[in-house]
Write a protein that binds this ligand. Structure first.
Ligand code: MG
Length: 390
């Protein structure tokens, strides 16, 4: 079997995406990540792939640099493409000559959903054929329309396949085919050029997931499919001791009381539980990891900053907070008169609607440390929605 440096990848990203409108589609964000970056990652993480080269539009270098934020281990500097997709592929193949790959996979930047299985199948077929492409049998009945928009004919679909990428070829053969075809510009994919030049190109099973994002609707549908389908739940629990004092902080609300909660910070037991619930939902340690009690800078700190920090960690992952639900365990003070103020404060700290917060309280029937009013406990559950990655 060939080594990874034998297999180069050429990603064609030089289109301007006029059918999708606005920003070229390969630079649009999908589930919080540029489409092109998702495509590059699919190859970068594949064990059989060596150098990766992206062909970009000459005007898009700044877009590329902003979008492609991965180490340049296998990724070569991008090269400018030509006026057509065909010319762009030729420019990329010429640029890859110095890498001297044995095989090349040519892929559309706007297909970020390719699976590792497709790459493997195409490469396996290349052991026996000059070229191999993934394709799906056409399922819909095909109609040819006339100029008036009426059906002129029904096209038999037997044996018809819809071609996808990555299309794999023996490098020297596809470069020669592209050079020979450069006087023409009517080829719609690389396999067509290979066929025209007499190469034998095999079909391997394509994937319904491996769609090409072409229209604004494609992007919207993909976004819907991916968006926030990764739902996480976290729980938090905290206790603080009651000592002499004149108020307690609960859910960021100052409540006059004949005792106070003891703690390194303002001892807002409810916000501490909520902070741990959010951190738990994203697998990001706990409040003590991020705000060590040993650190003097958190002495007397207002606990809203801990909760705001946790909410920021969720947002940094592209996530949203679906809800935060808190239960306070205490005999005193009565929570219900302050419930709406607490929800409003939680909503403010978290940057979500108050309807996504809940504050409940219960006594423990004078049982245990909360029943004896030695301390107050709080439980919290948080649900967050994270984007799925293509
Ligand atoms: Mg605490």
């Amino acid at each position: 079997m060939p080594g990874i440096d034998d297999t180069a990848v050429l990603i064609v990203a030089a289109g301007r995406g006029s059918r999708a409108g606005g920003l070229p589609k390969q630079y649009r964000r999908l589930a919080g990540r540029p489409v092109l970056l998702g495509t590059i990652e699919a190859f970068r993480t594949h064990p059989s792939v060596g150098p990766i080269l992206v062909v970009i539009h000459p005007d898009d270098r700044a877009l590329y640099d902003a979008a492609v934020t991965v180490p340049g281990d296998r990724l070569l500097p991008p090269v400018p493409g030509g006026a057509t997709r065909q010319a762009s592929v030729l420019a990329g193949l010429r640029a890859l000559r110095s890498s001297a790959p044995r095989r090349v996979l040519i892929h559309d930047a706007a297909r970020p959903f390719l699976e590792a299985r497709l790459i493997g199948d195409v490469l396996a077929a290349l052991e026996w054929h000059d070229g191999a492409i993934p394709a799906l049998p056409v399922a819909d009945t095909l109609k040819r329309a006339d100029d008036a928009g009426l059906i002129a004919a029904t096209v038999p679909r037997a044996g018809l396949h819809a071609a996808q990428t990555p299309q794999g070829f023996r490098f020297a053969a596809i470069l020669a085919a592209h050079e020979a075809a450069s006087a023409r510009s009517d080829f719609t994919d690389d396999a067509a050029i290979a066929e025209w030049h007499g190469m034998r190109v095999a079909l391997v099973p394509g994937s319904a997931r491996n769609i090409k994002l072409t229209t604004a609707e494609d992007i919207a549908m993909a976004e819907e499919r991916l968006a926030f389908s990764d739902i996480r739940t976290g729980q938090g629990f905290d206790v603080h001791r009651l000592v002499a004092g004149d108020h307690v902080m609960l859910c960021g609300v100052r409540i006059p009381h004949e005792r106070a909660l003891e703690g390194h910070s303002d001892a807002d037991v409810a916000l501490h539980a909520a902070t741990d619930a959010l951190l738990g939902a994203i697998g990001d340690g706990d409040i003590g990891v991020h705000f060590p009690p040993s650190s003097p800078q958190w002495r007397g700190a207002s606990s809203d900053r801990f909760l705001a920090f946790a909410a920021g960690r969720v947002r940094a992952l592209g996530g949203t907070i679906a809800n935060v639900d808190i239960t306070i365990l205490c005999e005193q003070p009565k929570v219900s008169p302050h419930r709406e103020a607490m929800r409003a404060r939680l909503a403010q700290i978290l940057g979500i609607e108050a309807a996504r917060t809940a504050v409940k309280a219960t006594t423990t029937e004078r049982l245990g440390f909360t029943g004896r009013e030695e301390g107050i406990a709080a439980l919290a559950v948080a649900t967050v929605r994270l984007p799925s990655r293509p």
